[in-house]
Design a protein around this ligand. Sequence first.
Ligand SMILES: [Mg+2]
Length: 349
Amino acid sequence: MLENKNNERTSLEKLGEFGLIDHLTQGFEIAQKSTIKGIGDDAAVLNFTDKKTVLTTDLLVEGIHFDLSYMPLKHLGYKAVMVNLSDVYAMNATATQVTVSIAVSNRFPLEALEELYAGIATACKTFGVDLVGGDTTSSKTGLIISVTALGEVEENKITYRSGAKPNDLLVVSGDLGGAYMGLQVLEREKEVFKVNPNNQPDLEPYSYIVERQLKPEARKDIVALLQQLNVQPTAMIDISDGLSSEILHLCKNSNVGCNLYEDKIPLDPTVISACEEFKVDSTMIALSGGEDYELLFTVDQSAFPKIKGNPNLSIIGHITQASEGAHLITRGETKIPLTAQGWNSFGNE
Ligand SMILES: [Mg+2]
């Protein structure tokens, strides 16, 4: 329904594998000092000098991770890079290079792959990362995209999930639940479209949350902000699966507990109104909806003056001893154990 309709269709067989890679990667420029040799030899050559290298990889499969009936290919290319860069930033690192590999069925013409790579190119350019390799091959059915991202970080700046300690503040960037509610809107419109293909959806009132789903932005700016504020997080993780499960990862890896305050969870007004419309609880959506790609981190209490009142950051709780467990403190001041699904309303962990 929202897919770009291309009239021209150039079959992939015409180009062959090598011609295809050359064609898709032309126009990508090198921006990073650490890239000695990008695409064009048997392997890329990188030089991170005295910095530590971080590496992360993700696999996106059509029908499992994305639905092309409402995900434009350009957005998909962009998002595939974003989800990887988000993991690099979650280490407090600078993203420097990506490789992109795709398996594609002959249902996709060249023009479709050009759209996909246009999104990849925009992501690379906007975030200053170099595309230094990849592969293309055929698939029997859908589209599969594998992205690997590399980054660099000074050793003393690396932030693991394991460094949170009791009394640290729990902080999150941006706002939560938007990507999930955007997906609900897109799924609903897809069903409407199936019944009446002439009915073009009006997504305007939902533009913020739809964009959060289709075009997430990895928080490179937050890593820069922390650097600028001279704040070293004690632990950090990106929010791909929902606030609750990411908090539990931090607590488990750091061997601590936490208190999360319901009234401190940042929600955009669009998310609140969409939750009312869909009759779902906005706290539950923030806790268990995914794909916001915000950063969740802990800082020592001494950092409070540096981060308080910052419009990009919300202090949503604090770290406790492991024996106290991980809890949500509701608006009504009820203490409820956090679970990976959000919370356990029956109170048993
Ligand atoms: Mg992650």
